[in-house]
Ligand binder design. Structure first.
Ligand code: 572
Ligand code: ZN
Length: 324
């Protein structure tokens, strides 16, 4: 029987420790998991190096990690869906299940969600961790635990592309070629987008985007959104959908200006709280501006995507992306 539960804990800005914590007991509706693979998200790095993201401040020690997969080692007394030995992907946000948002299925908007590694909620970059059984998704035998962990960022992309209404034949502009921009590129392609253009300020990121199937790339060399919108127009025409993943003001402005009339821009990127955008121009051209907050009901979709032939490509590519 294991006795150690080494855990990666952020105490405050630039104060990261590995410490031994007790192995928790699963509640009646929970499972105890032996953690297998945990990705490092940009938010984990931010809580470590900045101690905060916006209003979410590390005030108490917090275990990092929310892109994870593990193996069930013990089941709470009410759990019938899983048995010890099952390999699962963990959906890190467990909502209250009772509020209007939860009842309508938009549980990502639940104000009382427990979300791993968002202060004050502990994550699972540790050896043993308990989680609600119905937020653990059994992996098919041919889907690896590493792939299982990658289903979390994949869910972000699936949710964003769905919010944008990406469909067969869509032309899509993705602003920002970081991990979330690249996940969106893969998902948009898998959903049938025929033209995808991706922007970034770094040439090496655009190179990776091209390797992952971007049809066009635009290197951002100016902060003038009008100039950038013109450049995008010359490269791909005006996109039906824009998925903004950088959070930078210039990039959001670019998205609004570049998107075709009647199109949609979704905002995933988190930058300054207030930005100046030509909202009247957007309104006059019926360009819908939509928010994206994490995801809801996407983990099962992500498992199915990873499990099927066509989509194994997506997960292989996600792995390449992570290695990079
Ligand atoms: O994988 C989900 C995820 N969501 C992130 C960041 C990293 N990973 N978000 C950006 C930050 N927001 S937040 O509302 N917040 C700190 C809770 O600013 C959540 C979504
Ligand atoms: Zn994340």
């Amino acid at each position: 029987m294991a006795t150690r539960n080494l855990s990666v804990v952020v105490y405050a800005k630039n104060d990261l420790r590995i410490e031994n914590r007790p192995i928790p007991e699963p509640g009646p509706d929970e499972v105890l998991l032996k953690m297998a693979k945990v990705g490092i998200c940009g938010s984990d790095v931010a809580y470590w190096t900045k101690g905060a993201i916006g209003h979410f401040v590390v005030k108490e020690p917090m275990v990092l990690g929310h892109e994870s997969a593990g193996v069930v080692t013990k089941c709470g007394k009410n759990v019938t869906s899983l048995v010890p030995g099952d390999r699962v992907a963990i959906e890190p946000g467990v909502p209250c299940r009772l509020c209007d948002f939860c009842k309508k299925g938009r549980y990502n908007l639940c104000p009382d969600v427990y979300f791993c590694a968002t202060p004050p909620d502990n994550g699972n970059l540790c050896q043993y961790y308990t989680h609600a059984a119905d937020f653990c998704f059994k992996l098919p035998d041919h889907v690896s635990l590493e792939e299982g962990a990658l289903l979390e960022p994949l869910s972000v992309g699936v949710h964003a592309c769905e919010r944008a209404g990406v469909t067969l034949g869509s032309s899509v502009l993705i602003c920002g070629a970081g991990p979330i921009g690249l996940v969106n590129l893969l998902v948009a392609k898998a959903m049938g987008a025929t033209k995808v253009c991706i922007t970034d300020i770094a040439e090496n990121r655009l190179k990776v985007a091209k390797e992952l199937g971007a049809d066009y790339t635009v290197l951002v060399k100016t902060s003038d959104a009008e100039t950038l919108a013109q450049e995008v127009k010359e490269v791909m025409g005006m996109p039906d959908k824009t998925i903004e993943c950088s959070g930078a003001e210039t990039s959001i402005r670019l998205g609004v200006l570049a998107t075709k009339s009647g199109g949609v821009i979704v905002l995933i990127g988190h930058g300054p709280e207030e930005v100046k955008i030509p909202v009247v121009i957007a309104a006059a051209r019926e360009v819908d501006i939509r928010g994206v907050f994490r995801y809801a009901n996407k983990t099962a979709v992500a498992v199915a995507t990873a499990a099927t032939g066509g989509a194994s490509t997506i997960v292989e590519q996600l792995q390449l992306l992570h290695l990079f």
